[in-house]
Design a protein around this ligand. Structure first.
Ligand code: SAH
Length: 484
């Protein structure tokens, strides 16, 4: 077999990035856009020892789990990698991914803990769920302003009219922004040379309130004149009656990072307010709804219906009695902290983004919660430093880091302090598995504390995958660990 050969493959598995996997002549092939159960014909694009890559030519026999993607751009856009898989099969794929990562990378024995079936959305067609979208702006061949997506792993912009996983209001708004840019002849940022004004458009909508925030990221201080900015505000207010906040974000750096530090608010406040509900008192208890202010730079879970289920699990796993001090590390705008506060003596949240911590403090006030304290800084610096104080207490630690997981020094500091429970909320089961291995004491060789054996280690008790990002390969997982 050699490159450019045409092969026929039965797809028997799917990889971590959603690619189909099949074997022929002793060689394992990875085929993008093929799904488990398909028989496909493909052309070999790369051949290594024992494995290779192939480009799909035709689905010869479709898998019973293959469906027509709800989005015509599904294959070219990098966003939804497994939209061609039925929703039940997507959930199976994700559950298996979590199991495999936890056993292979984490060395976790899943027979000695409780692994619950993944919690999916209450629908078989999981669309219109994303409450936040960030669209790059560009020009099409006719010179018209477009918004859309970079084709998978490139910076080639594909203009799209609508995005079926986003809330539909966003499509109307981005059309209005593009029309405004054309009418006012506003330039588009060119990342090669670092010139031009419009970079990205961020749209966020409250799940319960419907409030819409629009934040235009520009390579400059303004849209050119006060008159143009006024026209921009008017165009957006006319696009949707739920628009509550219109901001400019100034980003003059030559960088892939979307948002800059500075915000200029053109209309309303530089935040929107949303509400989330959570049954916080165990089964049958009344739902508690809390309000949250969210700034453009703050993190807020993108799928609110699933967020409520996720937080509910985190609360259930924490199983607070009322006398605990809880540390909510990577707390964002304080969502988990504030749901826990009612059931704890005290909650301390730590977060690196200053506007998010401002939101968290404001959110505590807004909901009349007095036993929550928030600190801005790195979790791996603030927590170990606080642990040196004589009156330091940590009974439960919540960890909810970004995809790269926790810093090793933080995990070692937790094992030094020894809280009774750890609830780890993760959006990447590979780094979760790596971190669980450390917390269970399975990765001692690289401990940051030198040769001193850390006094505490943890046992994984419960694992709960939750589908926050339908149609993508990503999966959220909540884990309860207890001190040994
Ligand atoms: N628990 C929150 C936020 C989770 S997202 C929620 O459910 O909404 C992870 C958060 O960690 C982000 O807000 C990010 O800004 C923050 N973060 C990233 N690295 C950090 C670090 N080293 N220390 C503290 N916060 C960090």
């Amino acid at each position: 077999m050699k490159k450019n050969d045409r092969i026929q493959l039965k797809i028997t598995d799917m990889g971590v990035n959603g690619e189909g996997i099949g074997k022929t002549e002793g060689c394992t092939f990875f085929v993008k856009n093929a799904v488990i159960g398909d028989t496909v014909s493909a052309v070999v694009t790369k051949l290594k020892k024992g494995y290779g890559y192939a480009k799909m030519q035709e689905v010869l026999e479709p898998s019973p789990d293959r469906v027509k993607p709800a989005c015509p751009a599904a294959e070219s856009c990098g966003g939804c990698q497994i939209m061609q898989l039925s929703y039940p099969a997507q959930l199976q794929y994700k559950e298996k991914k979590v199991r495999e990562n936890l056993t292979r990378i984490g060395g976790i024995d899943l027979t000695s803990c409780q692994f619950d079936p993944i919690i999916g959305m209450d629908t078989d067609v999981p669309l219109c769920y994303r409450n936040k979208m960030q669209y790059p702006l560009g020009r099409n061949a006719d010179g018209k302003t477009i918004s859309g997506f970079y084709a998978g792993r490139t910076h080639y912009l594909i203009g799209t009219e609508n995005c079926p996983v986003a809330l539909p209001e966003g499509d109307r708004i981005r059309r209005a922004v593009c029309e405004f840019a054309d009418a006012q002849e506003i330039s588009i940022y060119d990342e090669e040379i670092g010139e031009g004004l419009l970079r990205h458009l961020l749209i966020r909508q409250g799940y319960a309130t419907g409030e819409i925030m629009i934040c235009l990221v520009i390579n400059g201080k303004s849209l050119g004149s006060e008159k143009k900015e006024q026209a921009f505000v008017e165009a957006l207010l006319a696009a949707d009656s739920n628009v509550r906040s219109i901001c400019l974000n100034i980003n003059k750096e030559k960088t892939n990072v979307i948002l800059g530090r500075e915000i200029r608010c053109l209309y309303g406040e530089p935040y929107i307010t949303d509400a989330l509900s959570c049954g916080t008192g165990g089964e049958g208890a009344a739902e508690k709804s809390l309000q949250f202010r969210i700034s453009p730079q703050s993190f807020y879970q993108v799928n609110s219906a699933q967020t409520e289920k996720l937080y509910q699990k985190a609360l259930e796993f924490a199983d607070l009695k009322g006398n605990e001090t809880v540390w909510d590390l990577y707390c964002g705008i304080g969502t988990i902290s504030l749901f826990l506060a009612e059931h704890a003596a005290k909650v301390v949240g730590v977060e690196i983004v200053p506007p998010a911590i401002e939101n968290a403090k404001e959110n505590a006030r807004l909901n009349g919660i007095a036993n929550a304290e928030f600190f801005c800084g790195l979790a791996e610096e603030i927590f170990p430093r606080a642990a040196e104080d004589n009156d330091f207490r940590a009974d439960v630690v919540i960890l909810d880091p970004p995809r790269k997981g926790c810093d090793r020094s933080l995990l070692d500091a937790i094992r030094k302090v020894g809280p009774e429970k750890i609830v780890y909320v993760s959006c990447d089961s590979a780094t979760l598995a790596r971190d669980l291995k450390i917390l269970t004491g399975g990765a001692e060789e690289e401990a940051t504390s030198g040769n001193n054996v850390l006094p505490h280690s943890y046992k994984v008790e419960k694992i709960q995958p939750v589908d926050m990002f339908p149609n993508t390969v990503h999966v959220e997982t909540v884990v309860l660990m207890t001190r040994q």
